[in-house]
Design a protein around this ligand. Structure first.
Ligand code: NI
Length: 216
């Protein structure tokens, strides 16, 4: 396994639609796709984050990985992104050729960041409830409904497969900027007690992943 280089916003691989992965239901993916998945898992663990899409590691394929951390470990980090006590943990999921279907017309705004825009954050509208479907590396169908933070992460990652980065979803660009500046804004609005866990320079995603890794 190896840690892959993560493309940053502006690189053409992030703005092009990705190609479907060749899969046969009931059969494992090709060895090179399996290797890509292992490398993406290692890359996500190293970079810290809840999700990664193949185009972010320069592989223009319709493949994403994500996990939804335990609320107890990560609510402080991801509360601004909508993670709360109603959210169950979702184990690390590999989703090949995913299809996302919104379950209502409503949109809810919450804060997102992305490993391809280090240090930045923005307020992004997403559907609060979705159904998604895809295949895992063994060729088994994965089909789930998702709400809240889980739904947000899946929409964010699957957007990467269509060449869309979260700033393109932001409706008010005054709600986009450097995460450390915006955290200062929150502290000023909410009082000094706010976000004490986030006062260092690491992103919320990186902090959460560090905690996740520290778990036995
Ligand atoms: Ni992203």
């Amino acid at each position: 396994m190896s840690i892959l280089k993560i493309a940053r916003m502006g690189h053409p691989v992030l703005s092009a639609p990705a190609e479907p992965v060749e899969v046969t239901p009931g059969f494992p993916v090709a060895p090179e796709v399996g290797h890509l998945v292992l490398d993406m898992l290692e890359t996500l663990e190293d970079a810290g984050g809840v999700g990664l899409a193949a185009p972010q590691v320069h592989a223009p394929l319709r493949l994403v990985i994500f996990h939804i951390p335990q609320v107890r470990a990560a609510a402080g980090r991801y509360r601004r992104a909508g993670l709360d006590e109603t959210q169950g943990e979702v184990p690390l999921t590999v989703l090949i050729n995913p299809v996302v279907e919104p379950l209502d017309d409503e949109m809810i705004e919450n804060w997102e960041s992305c490993l391809s825009l280090p240090g930045m954050t923005g307020l992004v509208p997403r559907h609060p409830r979705i159904r998604y479907r895809g295949m895992d590396p063994a060729g088994e169908t994965v089909e789930r409904t998702a709400e809240g933070f889980h739904a947000r992460v899946v929409q964010h990652e699957c957007d990467h497969l269509d060449g869309v980065l979260y700033p393109q979803r932001i409706t008010d660009l005054s709600q986009f900027g450097f995460a450390d500046e915006i955290r200062q804004r929150w502290r000023a609005q909410d009082g000094e007690a706010e976000d004490t866990e986030n006062k260092d320079s690491r992103s919320p995603e990186q902090e959460s992943a560090r905690q996740e890794r520290a778990r036995p």
